[in-house]
Design a protein around this ligand. Structure first.
Ligand SMILES: [Zn+2]
Length: 198
């Protein structure tokens, strides 16, 4: 049984509210061409810090939404221990983030969509249920899961479309380059910048 279901209606409303803020953060990642994952750290019912996935733009493999939100929160409170804080994230945390969450002593983790490839909260492994690890966080998954998952699906569908268009374009350019009737003629697509004069 889902431990969060029907447990406390006010808490369920609160969880959806903060998850929507995490979804806004995921949109920030998408706007920069990054896989759309967002996170917020909440303390005493208020957003303390936010983060979005940004490893490509920052050349930083640790720049996941959760890590960025945890860093910002810890800096704000001047303590790496965030014992009174809850973390909301749109995607199931990976092993790295699960580790950081445990080091930060986060009280409660709420995530949206599951991640069958790298999820460390039950999908691939469950580091939150591992009795040999000194963990503190309670866990709830599936909050606004449809919206969180749809965002990721749309992002990857978009990316596949872009790649397919680029491939078609490259193939067409290669074909034109070998067309003897076009020898000596410069071919350019309409949406390309004109070549700088030499
Ligand atoms: Zn992660």
């Amino acid at each position: 049984m889902n431990p969060g279901a029907d447990a406390d209606p006010a808490e369920a409303v609160r969880d959806r509210h903060f998850m929507r803020i995490a979804i806004d953060q995921a949109h920030n990642a998408w706007a920069l061409g990054e896989v759309p994952v967002g996170a917020v750290v909440v303390r005493a019912g208020k957003v303390l810090a936010t983060g979005f996935n940004h490893p490509v733009g920052t050349s930083d493999p640790t720049a996941h939404a959760e890590i960025r939100a945890l860093r910002a929160a810890a800096e704000l409170v001047g303590n790496y221990r965030l014992t009174e804080c809850d973390l909301y994230v749109t995607l199931e945390p990976c092993a790295m983030c699960a580790g950081a969450i445990q080091h930060a002593r986060i009280r409660r983790v709420v995530f949206g969509a599951t991640d069958p490839k790298t999820g460390a909260a039950g999908s691939v492994v469950d580091l939150f249920a591992e009795p040999r690890l000194n963990h503190h966080a309670s866990l709830l998954g599936g909050v606004e899961a449809d919206a969180c998952g749809a965002l990721l699906r749309e992002f990857f569908a978009d990316r596949r479309r872009e790649l397919a268009a680029q491939r078609a374009r490259d193939e067409e350019m290669a074909r034109l380059a070998t067309d003897p009737r076009l020898r000596g003629i410069e071919v350019r697509f309409d949406d390309e910048e004109p070549a700088a004069p030499e």
